[in-house]
Design a protein. Structure first.
Length: 202
């Protein structure tokens, strides 16, 4: 496996996609989010961005800083899911986070447990760069999430990020209240059918 190639992809993704999320305060949903036909909403986890990379039967997590993780318990979970889906190669973007059950997990929980190789470190997949010989385009928004749901339908520690499709900004407000106010997650990511991506936090 060519780690350098995946590190470059992680860096490119961080610079061209993740760093361009438009911040929106929870009170600005109606005024700052542009009107669109559809929006894909998902939970914002408080963790670290990593690429889940699979090639030649080997699974690793790689980030834009060059960190390569090869020995977490969920590595075997990922390999099993890819094999069951008959996938030979994959590069999937997501968030590594520490699962605390019903309590809110924060980024320092992940940092504190990485060296211990905790079985409670999870991965929430939210984007696809490539699977086998197909490179996914950034505007294939709903197609990619459908594919992630299919691949990781049997996963627990590795899962597709929870998402919901809505057609109005009022529904975004309602989703935010449920996810952040009630369920105590860090925030909400909003992907517009027009290509805009927003990050809503308290």
């Amino acid at each position: 496996m060519n780690f350098k190639r995946f590190i470059d992809q992680a860096l490119d993704y961080k610079n061209s996609v993740a760093s361009k999320y438009l911040p929106v305060d929870h009170g600005e949903i109606l005024s700052k989010i542009r009107e669109a036909d559809h929006y894909l909403l998902s939970v914002k986890y408080d963790g670290h961005f990593y690429l889940l990379c699979y090639e030649n039967g080997k699974v690793v997590f790689i980030n834009s800083g060059g960190n390569v993780i090869e020995d977490l318990p969920l590595i075997d979970d990922a390999k099993t899911l890819f094999e069951e889906s008959e996938i030979k190669k994959a590069c999937i973007a997501g968030e590594l986070y520490f699962n605390k059950g019903n309590e809110r997990s924060r980024v320092f929980d992940l940092t504190a447990n990485l060296d211990e190789k905790s079985p409670d470190i999870f991965f929430a997949a939210f984007d696809i760069l490539s699977i086998d010989e197909k490179k996914y385009q950034r505007d294939e928004l709903f197609n990619k999430h459908t594919k992630l749901d299919k691949i990781f339908s049997k996963g627990s520690r590795i899962h597709s990020i929870e998402s919901k499709t809505v057609s109005s900004r009022k529904e975004i407000e309602d989703y935010y209240k449920q996810v952040v106010i009630t369920d105590k997650h860090e925030g909400v990511i909003v992907k517009s059918a027009e290509g805009m991506i927003y990050k809503i936090k308290p």
